[in-house]
Structures are given as C-alpha cells and as structure tokens.
Design a protein around this ligand. Structure first.
Ligand SMILES: [Zn+2]
Length: 259
C-alpha cells in the first residue's frame, strides 16, 4: 500500500546520524536525513492537496505566503524550502508535514482577526517543522500508529470516504511537550519577524471558544471535535504563552477584567 511505503521510507532508507538542532538547542539522533524528510513531506503533500483542494484565491495564498516568508526568514531551519497553502476545509485547523509543508484550513484563515493572529498559527507550525516534531513522531511511534490507523481505516472505511491514511497520519495530534515547544518557538519567531506576539493569545482564545462550542452539546467522551484531537491542551498553551510573553499567567486576564 502506498501510504505504508511513504511512512516507512525514512526507517528503511535513512541511516542514523547525530546533528545539532538549533530549534531545540540539542544534539539529536535521527534516522531521517533532511533529504529523506523533504521527500516524505512532498509525497504526503501531494495526497493532501488531492483530497483537500487548494483554495483558488491567489491574493489570499499570496498573503499567507508573504506572512510565511517573514517567519521563515527568522526561523531555525532556513535550509528548507517552505510551502504554505490554504486548503478548502471549514474546520478551524492547521497542520504541517515533514520537510516544510504548512497548511491552513480556509476556516482558520476566516477565524483569524488579522495578520498577527494568522502569523501566530504559521509560526507555530514552522516551529514544529524546525524542531522536527513530525519526523520524530514518525520515527518513535510508527509501528503503533500504523496499527492504529489500519484499524481506524477498516472500521470506518476511511479509504471509501476518500480520506487517505497518509493524511490522517499527517493530522495526528502532537504530544503536549511538542505543542508547548512549538508555541515557545512561535513567540520567538513572531518577535524576531516584527509581528505582535499577542496575536497568539488572541488566536488561542478563539480556539478555546471553538473547542467549547463544539463540545457543548455532545455527550462527553462520545465525539471529540477534530481541532481538539489535533491540537489539544489549548488552556495550558494559553497559560504558557501568557507566561512567555508577560512573565505572569494572569496578566491578560487582569487586563481583560479591568477594561
Ligand atoms: Zn501544534
């Protein structure tokens, strides 16, 4: 099966090596060379764009690419060629693939109030790419994820619904620490690129609302909103982001209540 080949490629073709990761400030051990990572990302990107069409709105794509270029200019992995695209999906969501492919759903772009909020999402996803979170995820839990995804596919007929396993794999949730690390990198990149990093707080507040609205009338534990599945820990991220920006977690809460 094609998806299995895509996901297994780095393990089979790569050889283990150590290299210093600027984003995490650590020497890291990986099976996957940058070249292999880019090849893997490119293959998944092709499937993503087949299934979620890229929005035919050049000014909008230009706007997102321009914001992306500003973030890339200050990020920790400038050796990659980044791709930014808005895809047709009303869900408030965004995701990144190995090798520098970053996708924003049309629903998320619509929900963002301004360029600072949109840049905060882009910076978060670029943070995942720079820290190589997706690659590490594929390397560390590949076996269990493949089993899990195969089970989901056979149970729900994902292939029949036109949702490929590769794309589902691309949208799996990151670990809590990866989410918080991507946020820390996002704050750093937003500041360095001249954006107002408070845009991140604004957008995280919005996500909290989206989660709240989506779960309000659902019996607990039965259905979870997709955003919460791919980007959990929003309340904790908000707290951490406030701390990163102001040193105290409740500074903005204080401002909001005193207005
Ligand atoms: Zn994330």
């Amino acid at each position: 099966m094609r998806w299995a080949a895509v996901l297994l490629m780095p393990l089979l073709a790569g050889c283990a090596r150590d290299s210093f990761n600027l984003a995490t400030q650590r020497e890291e051990y990986s099976f996957t060379s940058t070249e292999k990572e880019v090849a893997m990302g490119r293959q998944i990107a092709r499937q993503v764009e087949e299934e979620l069409a890229v929005v035919a709105d050049e000014p909008l794509q230009d706007r997102v690419r321009a914001l992306g270029a500003r973030i890339v200019g200050v990020c920790d992995r400038k050796e990659l060629i980044y791709h930014f695209a808005v895809v047709k999906d009303d869900e408030v969501n965004a995701f990144s693939l190995p090798g520098g492919y970053v996708y924003l759903n049309a629903g998320l772009v619509k929900a963002a109030a301004n360029d600072d909020e949109l840049a905060s999402v882009i910076a978060h996803e670029v943070g995942h790419v720079c820290a190589r979170h997706a690659v590490k995820r594929y390397e560390s839990s590949l076996g269990s994820q493949l089993v899990q995804l195969a089970a989901i596919a056979s149970r729900q007929g994902a292939a029949a619904r036109g949702v490929s396993i590769a794309m589902q794999a691309a949208q799996l949730a990151y670990a809590r620490d990866d989410e918080l690390a991507a946020d820390r990198l996002a704050v750093k990149y937003l500041k360095a690129a001249g954006f107002d990093p408070r845009g991140m707080l604004g957008f995280l507040e919005k996500l909290r609302e989206v989660d709240r609205n989506n779960t309000q009338y659902l019996p607990r534990g039965v259905v979870r909103p997709r955003y919460a599945m791919t980007h959990p820990y929003v309340p904790e991220r908000l707290r951490a982001a406030k701390e990163a920006l102001f040193g105290v977690a409740d500074y903005v809460d204080y401002l909001n209540t005193s207005e």
